[in-house]
Design a protein around this ligand. Structure first.
Ligand code: PGA
Length: 256
């Protein structure tokens, strides 16, 4: 894993945006895995500001709430169109987000996996992390080999996400999420985490044992993961001085 610690979330986001923009310029038909939540919001704003050509880009979102229509203001469909897709020249046909209203959820999940494969796999997957270490909505004890499927949100995640819904009672109990196995198949995983409330989950994911109790720790198995942190989210990393040293001494050809 490459750990990039920046003084602020804004600076870390800026470097991450450069990385994504570089991929889209180099490969105009790149397949991107997208994430929602508060963490990638600034990243999407930066990408919009860069005025990239999204015409051939294809996207697959990590997850969606079950029972939530695309028009629902808290649906991830709505989030993506509001914050990114509606502001760039992406072709609607190239956007895939799990269908929260799917009648046959297992069938939908199998077809989502098939569509990812048919697109040639995901070139770069954007990830946030939950305070419990979840990636996508793969909550603790999710199988590290899991594929796209229905999951039940933990009480902690429902509490964390209540701020978007107005009250905890309105947060759905279920979601469709890519599995950890699905995420690990992406050619490059880019995890962003900002703020002190993510510091424990990040320390466990990066330096702890690989365990389904912290699903993000499975990224230690991934050959190419880049983790972007602000100082607060890096607070509990034992080797943070080493990660800074590595970043400051990167050979020119490796620089983002
Ligand atoms: P957040 O959520 O970006 O809103 O903190 C991250 C996550 O739950 O994956």
């Amino acid at each position: 894993m490459e750990i990039i610690i920046q003084p602020t979330a804004a600076r870390a986001t800026c470097v991450a945006a450069r990385l994504l923009a570089g991929l889209i310029r180099k490969k105009p038909s790149a397949v991107l895995g997208m994430a929602t939540g508060s963490t990638p919001l600034a990243l999407y704003r930066e990408l919009v500001a860069l005025k990239l050509n999204w015409r051939k880009v294809r996207t697959f979102n990590l997850d969606e709430y079950v029972g939530t229509s695309p028009e629902h203001p808290q649906s991830y469909h709505h989030f993506m169109w509001e914050n990114l897709f509606g502001q760039v020249n992406i072709d609607k046909q190239n956007v895939r987000i799990p269908d929260g209203l799917a009648k046959d959820i297992p069938k939908f999940c199998a077809s989502y996996e098939k569509q990812i494969r048919a697109a040639g796999g995901i070139d770069l997957q954007v990830l946030g992390i939950g305070t419990d270490g979840h990636i996508g909505f793969n909550e603790p004890t999710s199988s590290l080999a899991s594929r796209t499927r229905i999951k039940t949100l933990t009480p902690q995640t429902r509490k964390d996400n209540a701020r978007f819904f107005g009250s905890e009672a309105e947060v759905p109990h279920h979601c469709i999420t890519m599995g950890i196995g699905t995420i690990l198949d992406a050619r490059h995983c880019v995890l962003l985490a900002f703020g002190r409330n993510k510091a424990r989950a990040i320390a466990e994911a990066v330096e702890g044992p690989i365990t389904s109790m912290n699903p993000a720790s499975a990224l230690q198995f991934h050959p190419k993961t880049t983790v972007f942190l602000d100082e607060a989210a890096a607070a509990e990393l034992r080797l943070k001085d080493y990660y800074r040293w590595v970043y400051d001494n990167k050979p020119d050809w490796q620089k983002i």
